[in-house]
Design a protein around this ligand. Structure first.
Ligand SMILES: [Fe+2]
Ligand SMILES: [Fe+2]
Length: 195
């Protein structure tokens, strides 16, 4: 990919291998999630010129890496710590290391909220990626293996979609771009069948 600086391409390749060779995360996880987050983040970067592109890209690649090692519930903390250690050992400047650390740590927008523009780009691209490539269908299918109540699953998915749309998208133009998909999911999940 031409837009990615040569010196960090090898980190991208390392992460692709870790995810694709992992038995702990889904085989589609790079192609249908992380690569989509990357594509969207690059697009957002075109309008957020003040952002540090290196921090954004590294954060995109590291943010869910914990899932490849079986760390699901705490994958935000795990990914942040892993990235900090890895990038420090590779000799990256503290500003880059901490930028990536903070973005990974806050990408779920739960207890820790994104503060930097780079962290906001990651959280936004992460949420927007869920509206592409059938991500919601993928997780709905995964839930169906441990949940049996269809209505409960639909409610849970709608809750996730509401959170993605209202709490994780930080830029007005991004929100506007994704609105038709958000509205479509609402119709699918909430509208009752006609009597
Ligand atoms: Fe995540
Ligand atoms: Fe993610």
């Amino acid at each position: 990919m031409d837009t990615i600086p040569v010196n960090i391409k090898e980190i991208r390749n390392f992460i692709i291998q870790e995810i694709k060779n992992s038995s702990k995360c889904h085989p589609w996880f790079w192609d249908e999630h992380v690569a989509v987050v990357e594509k969207i983040a690059l697009k957002i970067l075109e309008t957020q010129a003040q952002a540090n592109k290196e921090i954004v890209l590294l954060s995109v690649w590291f943010h869910d890496l914990g899932r490849a090692y079986g760390h699901n519930k705490d994958h935000d903390v795990w990914g942040a710590e892993f990235a900090k250690k890895y990038l420090t050992e590779k000799g990256f400047e503290a500003e880059i290391v901490m930028g990536v650390y903070n973005a990974c740590l806050s990408h779920r927008v739960t207890e820790v909220k994104p503060e930097s523009v780079e962290a906001k780009i990651l959280a936004t691209a992460d949420a927007m990626s869920h509206f592409e490539e059938g991500f919601y269908l993928r997780i709905f299918f995964a839930w169906s293996k441990r949940m049996s109540n269809y209505q409960e699953m639909k409610n849970k998915l709608m809750k996730k979609i509401e959170r993605d749309y209202h709490q994780k998208i930080f830029f007005d133009e991004s929100k506007e771009a994704i609105r038709p998909m958000y509205e479509a999911w609402k119709i699918v999940l909430i509208t009752k069948n006609p009597a």
